[in-house]
Ligand binder design. Structure first.
Ligand code: FNR
Length: 361
C-alpha cells in the first residue's frame, strides 16, 4: 500500500492516475465507448437518507445462484489485463480473493482460466481462508460450437461456479491490435475467433462471415442444454430479451451495454434496469454493470432492481496504478462507500434495498 500514490481516495482518482501511466494506445483502447453516458445516468437519481436508523448488525452479505457473497459487488469480465500489468489477471484475482470479491474471468484473459482458478486457491490458502470467493467464467461463443463447449468443460473442471455468456459483442468493429506478449491465453491452441468485423471499408456486415457466425437464441438454447452450471446471459438491454432469456431457462441476466463499446448511440445501461426488472418479475436474478464508480451508484442500481452490480474499467485503472494493492484498495473503497450509503439510507441488509430510496431528479 505504501507504494501507492497518496492521493487515491476514490475510483475516479484511480482513473486519473491510470490515464497518466498507461501507454497512450492502450489507454485509447480501454477508454473508448459510451462510458460517459452510462455514468451520467446515475446523476438522474438521488438517494434519500434515513437518519436515526440503528446500523447495528448491518451486513452486505448476499446470496447469488446459491453461493454466498460478502457483498453484491463483483468484478466484470474484462479482456487482457496484461495490457496494464505484467501479471495480468493473476494480480487481479489475488486482490479479489483478499477482498472476498467474485471474479468473472473473461474468455479473452491474458492468462488461462486454469491459472486464474489456481491463483485464487493459492491466495485463499495464503490468507488462511477455507476457500476463495466464488469464481465465474465468461464465455464468448466461438464460431464453432464444439470450441465453445470445450471452454465450458474447462471452466467446469477448474471449479468455476457460474457460466456468464456475453451476447452483445459478436457484431463489432475491430480497432485494436494486441501488443507483443499479450494474447488470448485460453484460445492459444486455436485460431482466435473472428469476434470483430474487419475494419471499415473491408465490406459490409450482412452476408459476411461475421454475421453468419454470430450466435443466436438457438445457440443459447443449445448451451443451456449442455451445462449444469447456472447460466447467466450478459448484455441484454431490451425487456423482451430479458423475458426470453428467463423463459428459455437462463438462471439470470446481466443488464449491460458493454461499457457502451459496441453499439454506437446505445442507451445508458441504467435506464433499462427498471424495465428489465419489471419484465423479469421480482424474484428473477438480475445483475447490472455500466458506469458504477461509487458505492452510491451500486446502491442506486440495486434500488432500481439489480441484485448485484459489477465493475469493469476500474479494475484496469487500479491494476495499472497499483497492481495487487491497487485492485484491493479500489475494491475496499467501493465496498466501504457501499456500506456507508446503505447505513446512511437506514439499511442493514441488502434484501431491504428498494425503490423508495430514490427520487428522480
Ligand atoms: C469489457 N467488457 C467485457 N465484457 C465481456 O463480457 N468480456 C470481455 O472480455 C470484456 N472486455 C472488456 C474490456 C474492456 C477494456 C472494457 C472496458 C469492457 C465489458 C465489461 O464486462 C462490462 O460490461 C463493462 O466494462 C461495465 O462497465 P464499466 O464498469 O466499465 O463502466
Amino acid at each position: 500500500m505504501q507504494a501507492l500514490p497518496p492521493d487515491l481516495a476514490s475510483l475516479a482518482d484511480y482513473e486519473r492516475h491510470a490515464a497518466l501511466r498507461c501507454d497512450p494506445s492502450v489507454w485509447q483502447h480501454i477508454a473508448h465507448g459510451a462510458g460517459e453516458a452510462n455514468r451520467a445516468a446515475f446523476g438522474r437519481w438521488g438517494l434519500l437518507p434515513r437518519p436515526l436508523a440503528d446500523p447495528a448488525g448491518g451486513s452486505t452479505a448476499t446470496t447469488l445462484f446459491g453461493q454466498a457473497h460478502a457483498a453484491p459487488l463483483l468484478l466484470a469480465p474484462v479482456a487482457y489485463h496484461a495490457l496494464v500489468h505484467p501479471q495480468g489477471e493473476l494480480a487481479t484475482v489475488r486482490a479479489a480473493t483478499a477482498l472476498e470479491t467474485t471474479t468473472v474471468a473473461s474468455t479473452l484473459s491474458s492468462v488461462t482460466l486454469e491459472d486464474i482458478a489456481a491463483t485464487a486457491q493459492a491466495a485463499a490458502v495464503e490468507l488462511r481462508r477455507t476457500a476463495p470467493p466464488p469464481l465465474w467464467f465468461q464465455l464468448y461463443l466461438q464460431p464453432d460450437f464444439a470450441r465453445s463447449l470445450a471452454l465450458v468443460r474447462r471452466a467446469e473442471q477448474a471449479g468455476y461456479g457460474v457460466l456468464v455468456v456475453t451476447v452483445d459483442a459478436a457484431i463489432k468493429r475491430a480497432e485494436f491490435t494486441l501488443p507483443p506478449g499479450v494474447r488470448a491465453a485460453n484460445l492459444a491452441d486455436e485460431p482466435v475467433a473472428p469476434l470483430h468485423s474487419a475494419a471499415v471499408g473491408a465490406g459490409g456486415v450482412f452476408g459476411s462471415a461475421l454475421a453468419a457466425q454470430a450466435p443466436t437464441w438457438a445457440t443459447i438454447e443449445r448451451l443451456r442444454a449442455e451445462t449444469g452450471l447456472p447460466l447467466v446471459i450478459k448484455g441484454l438491454m431490451h425487456p423482451a430479451d430479458v423475458l426470453r432469456a428467463r423463459d428459455l431457462g437462463a438462471d439470470g441476466v446481466i443488464v449491460s451495454n458493454h461499457a457502451g463499446r459496441v453499439v454506437d448511440g446505445v442507451a445508458p445501461a441504467l435506464t433499462q434496469l427498471a424495465v428489465a426488472r419489471a419484465a423479469a418479475g421480482p424474484d428473477y436474478p438480475l445483475l447490472f454493470d455500466g458506469g458504477v464508480r461509487r458505492g452510491s451508484d451500486a446502491l442506486k442500481a440495486m434500488a432500481l432492481g439489480a441484485d448485484a452490480v459489477l465493475v469493469g474499467l476500474p479494475q484496469l485503472h487500479a491494476l495499472a496504478v497499483g497492481g495487487v494493492a491497487g485492485v484491493a484498495h479500489m475494491l475496499h473503497i467501493l465496498r466501504t462507500e457501499f456500506e456507508l450509503a446503505m447505513a446512511q439510507c437506514g439499511l442493514t441488509r441488502v434484501s431491504a434495498i428498494n425503490r423508495d430510496l430514490l427520487v428522480g431528479l
